[in-house]
Design a protein around this ligand. Structure first.
Ligand SMILES: C[S@@+](CC[C@H](N)C(=O)[O-])C[C@H]1O[C@@H](n2cnc3c(N)ncnc32)[C@H](O)[C@@H]1O
Ligand SMILES: Nc1nc2[nH]cc(C(=O)O)c2c(=O)[nH]1
Ligand code: SF4
Ligand SMILES: [Mg+2]
Length: 234
């Protein structure tokens, strides 16, 4: 993303394009059901056919330009311990490494990054800290499968997750193949989630049973059951 800076005295500080920030329960992955504070950044390098947040990726989307201090101050004021950085694609935001380092000083918070699986996470993992990565594997129906950075499976651990958002039997078969090829169920948490409204979750369960997928979890996006699935800020 384009570099944006703001001056604070003589110091130039980075700013981040935030399209929405809100408190909710996390509807997805390892901390599903727990309170979380969300920071959603503008812009994405992919264009998944099913994306439920396309609006955040549009060129003219309104955004706030927030500094690290402003983001961290907001998170502190919420008193919520789980922070989800999402988008758009959080890991293509200019200076996101600086924001992650700033979060390291916050002892009480756990940061989760929802990332699309196309960005090499090695340099971010090397920063350490209280950060976990929820990495999508973009299945065939997303149209973005060729962009996956498979080297990421060398860096993930049990504090991270790989999520397969599936919309078809072909997606399920690809999920099975990738989990097996990279032994993902031994290295990390694995979630299978339906593309909302595109596949019956019961078909996912049948597939899991038929293929002895013991160490993966079906995950339905909780927020889409609690609120209108089109609603923002939840
Ligand atoms: C909107 S994306 C933003 C973060 C990042 N760009 C990514 O793709 O992981 C957050 C999560 O929502 C999932 N998602 C997007 N549209 C969806 C849909 N229609 N049904 C189910 N999950 C969806 C994505 O696969 C991803 O796991
Ligand atoms: N409640 C809620 N939980 C979420 N977990 C991941 C989300 C995302 O869009 O990345 C999300 C979201 O948009 N809402
Ligand atoms: S990578 Fe994430 S934000 Fe980007 S288009 Fe796909 S689902 Fe949407
Ligand atoms: Mg979402």
């Amino acid at each position: 993303m384009e570099n944006i800076h703001r001056k604070k005295g003589n110091t130039v500080v980075s700013t981040y394009r935030v399209v929405e920030r809100f408190i909710s329960i996390n509807g997805e992955a390892a901390r599903a059901g727990e309170l979380a504070v969300f920071i959603r950044f503008a812009g994405c390098n992919l264009d998944c056919g099913y994306c439920d947040t396309k609006w955040a990726n549009e060129a003219g989307v309104p955004y706030e330009e927030l500094t690290e201090d402003e983001i961290i101050d907001y998170v502190r004021r919420t008193k919520v311990k789980n922070v989800t950085l999402t988008g758009g694609e959080p890991l293509i935001q200019k200076d996101i490494d600086k924001l992650l380092l700033a979060f390291e000083l916050e002892d009480d918070v756990r940061v989760e990054i929802e990332t699309n699986g196309s960005v090499d996470i090695a340099e971010f993992k090397a920063l350490g800290g209280n950060v976990s990565y929820t990495l999508d594997y973009k299945c065939p129906s997303s149209g973005m499968e060729n962009d996956m950075c498979l080297a990421n499976y060398n860096y993930i651990d049990k504090n991270d997750s790989v999520k397969f958002v599936v919309g078809s039997q072909e997606d399920l078969e690809k999920c099975f193949e990738i989990v097996r090829e990279y032994a993902l169920d031994e290295k990390t948490r694995v979630f299978i989630s339906p593309v909302y409204g595109s596949i019956d979750p019961a078909d996912i369960v049948d597939f899991m049973i038929e293929n002895d997928m013991n160490d993966v979890k079906l995950q339905l996006q909780l927020h889409k059951f609690i609120w209108d699935p089109e609603e923002r800020g939840v």
